[in-house]
Write a protein that binds this ligand. Structure first.
Ligand SMILES: NC(=O)c1ccc[n+]([C@@H]2O[C@H](COP(=O)([O-])OP(=O)(O)OC[C@H]3O[C@@H](n4cnc5c(N)ncnc54)[C@H](OP(=O)(O)O)[C@@H]3O)[C@@H](O)[C@H]2O)c1
Length: 321
């Protein structure tokens, strides 16, 4: 691979475009970036013109890394084409949720469980954007102080629903959300299951358990869509095994990889500031006995999707930048 890898990006939507920009910004050793979608066309992504090809099995000939950012489900790109790409020699990194809980598929946030990459079978799943955002500060806290339960409320941006979500906010497009999103807050993301939790909430619970290798971890999420363009915010409460002090928590958060935390009680991150950045930003830390509360924000299209996916590929090629 002296002159770099052949990379496919499946999907030319919000995440697909960020994948292109992150591959370039992080100097991923790509000799070719092949963008694939449902229809062939010429399009500009991240300032670069691409001849977009149709995502079909033969389009993966010669591809070393295939980043999937198409739609999910039975007819979605990953379910239809991931195996075809792997059979042609590619390593697939999937941004969707189709394979995340498959025991044969590593579900990876590199700062938290890069070791899970050791036994991959060609397919690696990127975690849910809200899960990634929360786990960067939460994992080191749990690993240092132990955990009894986690309670989290999210404030999620419309770009988390792709181009349609942005159009729902900016142009009043109907049919994307169950209620009007402009000027509103919608406490239902995905569909409600028999237990009352939504699909998004179940992702946060089940993916956290898998990534942290804590199958019984108690996670109680409430996922809320708000009229913000980009940047998922979360209010997190974690009950630790032992009593902790504010100084101890600050020390853990300051040294947590992928976390930016000033330690100033009056400093807090917002989605506007986190948008365009790669880390999870943390603020409003409060500690009392066994209770730790904090506020965190990350760019759902970057660390919540494209940056995390490119970091996974970097871990595999050892090409840190
Ligand atoms: N947005 C986020 O914050 C976020 C975060 C984490 C994960 N994800 C996941 O990433 C994926 C993409 O999200 P997005 O926000 O980029 O969506 P998006 O803006 O709606 O873009 C979707 C893209 O996927 C392409 N596509 C759809 N079905 C396809 C198929 N069967 N084969 C090939 N291409 C197909 C579309 O092609 P055409 O352009 O030809 O129609 C479009 O370019 C989804 O699975 C989503 O759940 C999103």
């Amino acid at each position: 691979m002296g002159d770099g890898y052949t990379v496919a990006v499946v999907g030319a939507g919000l995440v697909g475009e960020k994948l292109v920009s992150e591959l370039r910004r992080r100097n991923f050793p790509a000799r070719e970036i092949r963008v694939l979608a449902r229809t062939a066309r010429t399009a500009t992504l991240a300032g670069e013109e691409f001849e977009i090809g149709v995502a079909e099995p033969d389009a993966f000939e010669g591809v070393d890394f295939a980043f999937f950012a198409g739609t999910e489900g039975e007819k979605g790109a990953a379910v239809q084409l991931a195996r075809e790409a792997i059979d042609r020699g590619a390593i697939v990194i999937d941004n969707g949720s189709d394979f995340r809980l498959d025991p044969d598929v590593p579900l990876v946030v590199p700062e938290v469980n890069a070791d899970a990459l050791e036994n991959h079978n060609g397919l690696i799943a990127n975690a849910n954007c809200s899960t990634i955002t929360m786990l960067l500060p939460l994992a080191p806290l749990i690993r240092t102080f132990g955990v009894k339960r986690v309670i989290v409320s999210t404030y999620q941006a419309v770009s988390g629903s792709g181009r349609e979500g942005v159009e729902a906010l900016e142009d009043g497009r109907e049919g994307v959300y169950p209620r009007q999103i402009a000027g509103n807050a919608i406490p239902l993301i995905g569909s409600v299951g028999e237990d009352g939790y939504t699909t998004e909430e179940r992702k946060m619970r089940l993916e956290s358990r898998k990534i942290l290798d804590l199958p019984d971890l108690e996670v109680f999420p409430t996922a809320v869509r708000i009229p913000v363009h980009t940047g998922h915010s979360e209010s997190v409460y974690v009950e630790t095994e032992r009593e902790v002090s504010l100084d101890e928590v600050i020390e853990v958060l300051r040294s947590a990889p992928g976390v930016t935390f000033s330690g100033d009680a009056n400093d807090y991150p917002t989605p506007l500031e986190a948008a365009g950045e790669s880390n999870t930003y943390v603020g409003r830390v409060r500690v009392e006995g066994n209770s730790v509360q904090f506020w965190c924000v990350a760019d759902n299209l970057l660390k919540g999707a494209a940056t995390n996916a490119v970091q996974i590929a970097e871990s595999l090629v050892g090409a840190r930048v």
